[in-house]
Design a protein around this ligand. Structure first.
Ligand code: DCP
Ligand code: MG
Length: 387
């Protein structure tokens, strides 16, 4: 990160997109314990409480000093989103290195079951609670319930290029859960940066046979500097600014088809071209196509094949940088970008575009910096977006 950029950021801002949030902060253990409470609120479907904890946690992540009884009295009460409840928890932590509520939650069997269930891709808090209410409490019991054998999936019937149109959302979701359950031992292994890079290289090599002149950026946690990722997220576009949008259209299915034929993609959980951004609907490049897949690198003498989650996102050149910013995350960072754009600038931001609210005028940033400039924000380096 450029020190001149960092200087523009203030940890006291109400918006995390105006703060610097490093991957590891001076109060990491405090953050870890508060995150257990946040996770519990999320699993219980207590959205408002969950969001309060998310906001408080992200404020602490950007706080550049180790919390002490002194700054608890003087500075912390002035920071946004740190209310009485949070301050008393921080005080408890400063005095005892523990937050008793986090401890209690972690020891509860309900929390253990719900968090184990929601760790399976496709199982959200609602489904996790439903499964738990059926009397299930371990992942082994889930396997029996879904009739899944670890490591065994039916690869052929699971792939369909019509997954988006023919299948009901519910059926697609159940199919994803079954795949994720059967491959959970692989999916729970994190992906080192070198393998993320090799997956990107392999995908782009295959893409060059499908369409020339494309480029990609690896986004997600990798781009924020995480040493190990849970999945691989790649945004792809075409290098030709004028013809690119036409070349990108339909590319998602064509690439997925090729990767599947090569045995590199084994499953497609979800395939879509969707219209996220209302203002863009009437235009020819109106969609961000994406494929949520399972990818496996070819066997190598030095390693066995490990199944990995791979998300491919396709963006026309005009919206490439908004897609990159959106998919770099973090989730909280993206949430506040939208909020900032709306509340402070009368703009609309999401992964598929930036527009002005009063006249729906669209903006086509040519660089990542320009995305921040258009939104009237100081540039935040990707490694400082871990809000
Ligand atoms: N994202 C999005 N829309 C979605 C899912 C994610 O815009 N439907 C964005 C926000 C996330 C980023 O994409 O920060 C990547 O999401 P991941 O779930 O892959 O999370 P990370 O990449 O941040 O971490 P990891 O994959 O290591 O768990
Ligand atoms: Mg990711």
């Amino acid at each position: 990160p450029d020190p001149a950029d960092i200087e523009q950021l203030t940890y006291t801002s109400r918006y995390c997109c105006a703060r610097a949030s490093p991957l590891v902060c001076p109060n990491q253990e405090l953050v870890r314990q508060l995150d257990i409470i946040r996770q519990s609120r999320s699993l219980e479907g207590e959205e408002r409480s969950m969001l309060s904890y998310s906001r408080a946690i992200s404020v602490i992540k950007a706080y550049p000093y180790v919390v002490s009884l002194r700054n608890l009295r003087e500075e912390l009460p002035k920071l946004p989103y740190l209310g009485e409840k949070l301050l008393s928890m921080i005080e408890e932590f400063v005095k005892t290195r523990q937050i008793s509520e986090a401890q209690t939650i972690r020891e509860s069997s309900r929390f253990q079951a719900l968090s184990a269930f929601s760790a399976i891709h496709g199982i959200g808090p609602h489904t996790a609670r439903r499964l738990h209410a059926l009397g299930l409490s371990t992942v082994e019991e889930l396997e029996r319930y879904y009739d899944v054998v670890p490591g065994v999936t039916d690869e052929n019937t699971l792939f369909t290029t019509e997954a988006d149109s023919n299948e009901s959302e519910e059926a697609a979701n159940e199919r994803s859960i079954r795949v994720a359950l059967s491959l959970r031992h692989d999916f729970s292994r994190t992906i080192p940066r070198e393998e993320v890079e090799e997956i990107n290289k392999t995908v782009m090599h295959e893409l060059s046979f499908v369409e020339k002149g494309c480029k990609s950026i690896i986004v997600g946690g990798y781009r924020r500097g995480k040493p190990e990722s849970n999945d691989v997220d790649i945004v792809i576009t075409h290098t030709d600014w004028t013809l690119g949008s036409r070349k990108v259209k339909g590319l998602c299915k064509r690439l997925v088809q090729r990767l599947y034929e090569r045995g590199l993609i084994t499953h497609v959980m979800h395939l879509s071209g969707f219209h996220e951004h209302n203002a863009l609907r009437t235009h020819h490049w109106d969609s961000l196509e994406k494929a949520l897949t399972v990818f496996v690198l070819p066997e190598d003498s030095s390693r066995r094949r490990v199944y990995r989650r791979l998300d491919l996102i396709f963006a026309a050149p005009e919206v490439f940088w908004t897609a990159v910013v959106g998919w770099t995350g973090s989730t909280m960072f993206q949430r506040d970008l939208r909020l900032w754009a709306k509340q402070q600038k009368g703009m609309k931001f999401d992964s598929s575009g930036i527009s002005r609210r009063h006249d729906s005028k669209l903006f086509f940033p040519k660089t990542e910096r320009e995305v921040f400039e258009l939104l009237g924000l100081a540039y935040v380096h990707p490694t400082l977006r871990n809000a």
